[in-house]
Design a protein. Structure first.
Length: 319
């Protein structure tokens, strides 16, 4: 048998290496994407009152991966106190979720302008702490303003809000409210679907503005996986995960009567979460069930029960 020349040996070795590298890349490309979003704790959404330090402790003790930043609490901290808090956050393996907007933009102009004056300080406190996301919701009806008048008012006011937030490196998420019982609750209906929310965001025309998604509103708006897959990670600032009560037609669901994720199976959370995985969403996902029974539980128990529900839901898309 002829001996293998040294040059031929190296060529064969390199060819084998290249073939193996190509195969590994093909295999990696064939693997389904993994979730990048976090199990997020928002204490107020489950009826728990907690300052920033307590919220961080509760999140850590119950397997959450992120926690809502509270600008009011953060603003009170000295540089040394903030450094200590951030070190504890990192040590516990937590990151920030999304803050709430401390501005009433839905009512009278005087109140809006008054609240707006305080926003730069709140935004600066979030920036100082390293938080990058903030969100709010859009009321889906109005007693006196027509759809177009309300739309114009939202564009003007929210553009002002968005600029202040953008100046502080904050992304700004807007959540539509889907239940028919909500958008027919006053004389004039308003934004209550993903498509309408996209229109509003486009007219606000600020680079930091995107969506707050909610499985509840996705379900009550009659939307599908295809709607979610029109989005990219850049379009989504934050996300809520909820289930719905059984035995109630979708058009009869009431916005403040929801269930924890996986409680009933009425909402197709696997499809919803799988779509978030597919678009590469990398932000917070939090429960917001507005559930009377949950709200009556002791704080530790309510957080633990919420964490367990979220983990069961996330297991639907874990690799």
């Amino acid at each position: 048998m002829p001996s293998l020349h040294r040059r031929d040996f190296h060529r064969a070795a390199l060819a084998g290496f290249a073939s193996g590298l190509l195969s590994s890349r093909v295999l990696a490309a064939d693997l389904p994407p993994k979730r990048k979003f976090t199990i997020d704790l928002v204490c107020g959404a489950i009826g728990v009152t907690a300052d920033q330090a307590r919220a961080i402790a509760l999140a850590s003790a119950n397997g959450f991966e992120s926690v809502q930043p509270q600008p009011g609490d953060l603003a009170k901290l000295s540089e040394a106190e903030l450094a200590q808090l951030l070190a504890g956050l990192k040590e516990k393996g937590l990151v920030w979720g999304a803050a709430g907007l401390p501005v009433d933009f839905r009512g009278e102009e005087d109140k809006f302008q008054s609240d707006l004056k305080g926003l730069p300080a709140a935004a600066a406190s979030l920036k100082r702490a390293g938080a990058t996301r903030l969100g709010t919701w859009i009321r889906p009806s109005h007693a006196t303003l027509t759809y177009m008048a309300n739309f114009k008012q939202h564009v003007r006011r929210l553009a002002e809000v968005a600029k202040i937030l953008d100046d502080n490196g904050l992304r700004f998420g807007l959540e539509y409210v889907g239940p028919k019982t909500s958008w027919t609750g006053a004389k004039h209906s308003f934004v209550h679907s993903m498509a309408e929310q996209k229109d509003l965001i486009a007219c606000i025309n600020r680079p930091n503005v995107g969506l707050v998604l909610d499985s509840w509103h996705w379900y009550t708006a009659g939307e599908t996986e295809a709607d979610l897959l029109t989005l990219t990670n850049k379009d989504v600032v934050a996300c809520d995960l909820n289930d719905a009560p059984v035995g109630i037609a979708v058009d009869k669901q009431m916005d403040l009567v929801r269930e924890l994720p996986m409680a009933t199976g009425v909402i197709d959370l696997k499809t919803f979460l799988s779509a978030l995985v597919k678009i590469g969403y990398d932000g917070p996902v939090r429960a917001e069930p507005f559930n009377a029974a949950l709200n009556k539980l002791p704080p530790d128990e309510a957080v633990a029960k919420t964490g367990e529900a979220m983990k069961r839901a996330f297991a639907l898309v874990e690799q």
